[in-house]
Design a protein around this ligand. Sequence first.
Ligand SMILES: C[S@@+](CC[C@H](N)C(=O)[O-])C[C@H]1O[C@@H](n2cnc3c(N)ncnc32)[C@H](O)[C@@H]1O
Length: 235
Amino acid sequence: MKGWALTPRLRSAAALVRQDAVFADVGTDHAYLPIFLLTDGVVRFSYCTDINEGPLASARRNAEAAGLLSRTEFLLTDGAAALTDKGVSDLAICGMGGELIAEIIERAEWTRDKRVNLILGPMSKQAHLRKYLYSRGYTVLKEAYTTDAGKHYVTLLATYVGECREISDTEAELGLISDGRELSPSSRDYLLGKARSYEKSVRGKELSGAAAGDEREVLAAIKGLLENGIPEGRV
Ligand SMILES: C[S@@+](CC[C@H](N)C(=O)[O-])C[C@H]1O[C@@H](n2cnc3c(N)ncnc32)[C@H](O)[C@@H]1O
């Protein structure tokens, strides 16, 4: 990272962090996200956690190079449970699979609090993560779609509301796009990427003689959204 600039994926996560939040980054690795937020004046202090010593050492080196050691605390720990009682208001868990992110949230009881915002960047299994969140009383407030080096990413802003509900496979797969919310040029790119991957999976299943009904349903929903177009001015 040059001059603490972020990739589009991490920039979209940074944009969801509240001004003056007590911030924590789980699975921080290089600590690019906290370093950006601290140097940009969004947050004044950040917890940086990682389960592995190597990434945490790299995070510490980068924070030191940026002159931020007095405004960061490094924790070698599994998940977010060790952040109980730290007063964290905005918690980022990015760059991991959706299943692992769900497990980390499940083990962090303190996140079941309406004052806590979760900034989540699942690299896979996004549908699993959305299903988990709604089923455990969290809701997704916003989704940000980005494309970086030809890959499509989504970042979720979620919080606990205490009402559990089941969501459909289409809602889980498409998130807030599924009912026309959060439509933007970048969400269109995200949908196009999803459509390609669903077309591939439908073809694969049909060739092997397996039922592809569920995938067809999601694909039809994606095509419907793409064909109806993205309303002007929606972001
Ligand atoms: C691919 S990096 C993502 C780095 C950064 N968050 C990002 O989005 O660019 C994933 C990091 O998560 C850490 N990690 C994996 N499982 C974890 C867990 N259960 N608790 C904390 N950190 C974990 C890994 O050691 C690694 O440094």
